[in-house]
Design a binder for this molecule. Structure first.
Ligand code: SF4
Ligand code: SF4
Length: 320
């Protein structure tokens, strides 16, 4: 049997997904035995022109991580789609926009103003901004266009499978690779390497009655070890998050779930789902007291939509 031809690409993301692939540890040797890696810019010296020269659908599977923020990201998404039989949105940025997607709360102009003029450490008296083309003695330099909005991979090209997580946990990455290598893939459009319940359904912490008078940031209190974090007033995105990670943060890390596996099946808007869960535990019927309790949530957009803003119903809204 000929080896599976795979590619890995990194668009608008932090790079953690690339490291997550290496987290499968010695199993990477099994991958190397079963697959030929045709393109992986972070690890091997391939050029875009190498991919452009390939026949269409030459690559069997492409793991594409990162959101689509620039014209370069978009070009590569279209190119990898054209050259790959199976395109996988790998990790939260490709699936839902993730942290880069929070930039959709702001316009392109306000982001550029902030970065190139307004931060306390910026020294830019002439208001210089990046240009798409700049002439220098050696010729013309070009930069990719910085788009007005962040998109997911599926909002840009047709995607075959979705592997969620920030980053996807190692055993689920391995499960996805194994399914590909053995030809045991589910129907097109499926989420691979995740469950179909919520993080709460897999959590070991004890749940009783959720009624709270105050929301705490995680560092403000020392939580009880065994008790549900939400019942202690710590915002945990478990009720609004797809299962499958093994509750690594909540049970192994003793931290609240941040929601990186995205919404569970049937939930369109992860932030609205979490908001509804938070609203249901506030222990008051007095509007002023309710206002005070929820008013203590710092950065509600960041808490509720840390991963899923681009894919959410709120996704087209903008504050500045
Ligand atoms: S809210 Fe968080 S801590 Fe509580 S059961 Fe759900 S995942 Fe566990
Ligand atoms: S517990 Fe939540 S934030 Fe942590 S890995 Fe799982 S889904 Fe992501």
């Amino acid at each position: 049997m000929s080896k599976l031809k795979i590619a890995l690409y990194w668009a608008a993301s932090c790079g953690g997904c690339e490291i997550a692939v290496l987290d499968i540890k010695e199993k990477i040797l099994d991958v190397a035995a079963a697959c030929d890696i045709l393109f992986w810019p972070v690890a091997l010296d391939f050029k875009y022109k190498d991919v452009e020269a390939m026949p269409d659908k030459h690559i069997d599977v492409c793991f594409f991580n990162g959101a689509i923020r620039t014209s370069e990201n978009e070009h590569m998404a279209k190119l990898m789609r054209q050259k790959s039989k199976i395109l996988i949105a790998y990790g939260s940025c490709a699936n839902e926009g993730c942290i880069p997607g929070l930039a959709n709360l702001y316009s392109r102009q306000s982001l550029l103003d902030r970065v190139y003029s307004e931060t306390p450490s910026t020294d830019n008296p002439n208001g210089t901004r990046p240009q798409l083309k700049v002439k220098v003695p050696e010729g013309e330099l070009t930069l990719p266009e910085f788009y007005d909005r962040v998109k997911t991979l599926a909002q840009t090209v047709d995607v075959d499978y979705f592997v969620p997580g920030c980053p996807p946990v190692a055993d689920k990455t391995w499960a996805a690779l194994e399914a590909i290598v053995t030809g045991n893939l589910p129907p097109k459009g499926s989420v691979v390497g995740a469950g179909d319940k919520t993080c709460c359904d897999e959590c070991d912490r004890k749940r009783e009655e959720k009624k709270i008078k105050k929301f705490y940031r995680f560092w403000e209190i020392i939580p009880e070890e065994e008790k549900c974090l939400l019942e202690q007033g710590i915002i945990c995105a478990g009720p609004a998050t797809r299962s499958g990670c093994g509750t690594v943060c909540v049970n192994k890390g003793k931290m609240p779930c941040r929601g990186c596996y995205g919404p569970p099946p049937g939930v369109i808007d992860q932030g609205a789902k979490l908001l509804s869960a938070l609203g249901s535990i506030v222990d008051s019927n007095d509007p002023d007291e309710i206002q005070k309790i929820v008013g203590e949530i710092v950065d509600p957009a960041g808490y509720l939509y840390r991963f899923g803003l681009v894919n959410s119903l709120l996704g087209q809204a903008r504050t500045k």
